[in-house]
Design a binder for this molecule. Structure first.
Ligand SMILES: [Zn+2]
Length: 101
């Protein structure tokens, strides 16, 4: 797996490459990131990623964007109420035109 020499990489000249993640977990983020050749379906380069624990702040951000329904598990885990999500949304509004307040 992977390229270890110029010869290995030469096979992929002109091919489309993509940088993708694996093992995406809502709580800890991706466990691996890789550069792959889309034509050959071969992993050229990859690294493990140390888990990044999801903070309450990030969870609240996801909840205001994605909605409480989409991330009901998150809301429960961090004990974030619907009122708090609504308040965070309103706060975002106030960041916009100052005439709103
Ligand atoms: Zn290729």
């Amino acid at each position: 797996m992977g390229v270890h020499s110029g010869e290995d990489l030469l096979k992929h000249v002109g091919h489309d490459l993509a940088c993708v993640t694996y093992g995406d977990d809502l709580m800890s983020g991706p466990s691996n990131v890789a550069v792959e050749c889309e034509r050959c379906g071969e992993v050229l380069l990859d690294f493990d990623v140390p888990p990044e624990r999801l903070t309450r702040e990030r969870a609240l951000k996801m909840l205001t964007k994605g909605g409480a329904d989409a991330y009901a598990d998150l809301a429960a885990y961090f004990q974030i109420s619907d009122e708090e999500i609504d308040a965070a949304r309103d706060w975002k509004w106030e960041e916009g035109p100052k005439s709103f307040t």
